[in-house]
Ligand binder design. Structure first.
Ligand code: CTP
Ligand code: CA
Length: 225
């Protein structure tokens, strides 16, 4: 690691990575969230750092600990994640591996919501969260030269991921099938397709650490080229 830090291909480059889920509070004891261990984003931050990058790692409450040697910014909600990302810019590349909750509760309660004796149910009103990837992809000034998103899908993976890349305006999308039968959610392996302007590159199934190392190498190539 020491040698890589001295002469790695990403030395002097600032790379931003988002990772993990976000938690959107309902009240002080309850929240809504996406399922995400944070394993792939964490592995990616570690791999980028091993290539010499100066990594800012903006993470929601993940299952796995953040890597050593990166600048860790811990957040809870999507709105906090967006603010942390904007504060961390500029960057040479930004990779959005977080599983951001799409909706937040409009007015989270300051005190614990109690069960009603008559059994009447609480009604939650939702608002859409900011799309962090789209916001950064579409920046008029100071957009990172390389913006990478993830698309975890259960159906029509390629069509959904390809459309997502265009809609959000990012350069690359890392697409994967997270149907329960794949065992990818919460597991140690991943099977991804890298979608760019050049088309779709199907990678074989491999460990999340290996996906991370290959993606970090591709990012290093892109920033060098
Ligand atoms: N993303 C983000 N901010 C959000 C939602 C998503 O930055 N509020 C990013 C994710 O980190 C990921 C990419 O956008 O890199 C795709 O996320 P995904 O949930 O697949 O896309 P959505 O546009 O939210 O579409 P869907 O309806 O499929 O959830
Ligand atoms: Ca989403």
């Amino acid at each position: 690691v020491e040698a890589a830090l001295m002469d790695g291909p990403l030395r002097g480059k600032h790379v931003l990575v988002t990772s993990g889920p976000t938690h959107e509070p309902i009240d002080p004891v309850r929240y809504i969230a996406n399922r995400s261990s944070g394993a792939q984003g964490t592995a990616l931050a570690r791999a980028l750092s091993a290539l010499g990058a100066d990594v800012t790692f903006v993470t929601g409450p993940a299952d796995v600990p953040p890597p050593d040697g990166v600048n860790v910014v811990k957040v809870q909600s999507a709105q906090q994640m967006l603010e942390a990302v904007q504060t961390a810019l500029p960057a040479d590349a930004a990779v959005f591996a977080a599983a951001v909750a799409d909706w937040r509760v409009v007015s989270a309660s300051d005190s614990k919501i109690k069960k009603d004796a008559k059994g009447s149910l609480p009604v939650l009103e939702f608002a859409e969260n900011p799309d962090i990837l789209a916001t950064v992809s579409q920046m008029k000034k100071g957009r990172p030269p390389l913006v990478v998103g993830f698309a975890a899908e259960t159906d029509d993976v390629m069509a959904n991921a390809t459309a997502k890349r265009v809609r959000k305006g990012c350069d690359w999308i890392v697409a994967n099938d997270v149907s329960p039968e794949t065992g990818i959610m919460g597991g140690s392996e991943n099977a991804v397709t890298l979608i760019s302007d050049d088309g779709a590159d199907v990678w074989p199934r491999m460990g999340k650490d290996d996906v991370a190392r290959q993606l970090a190498a591709r990012i290093a190539d892109a920033l060098a080229g």
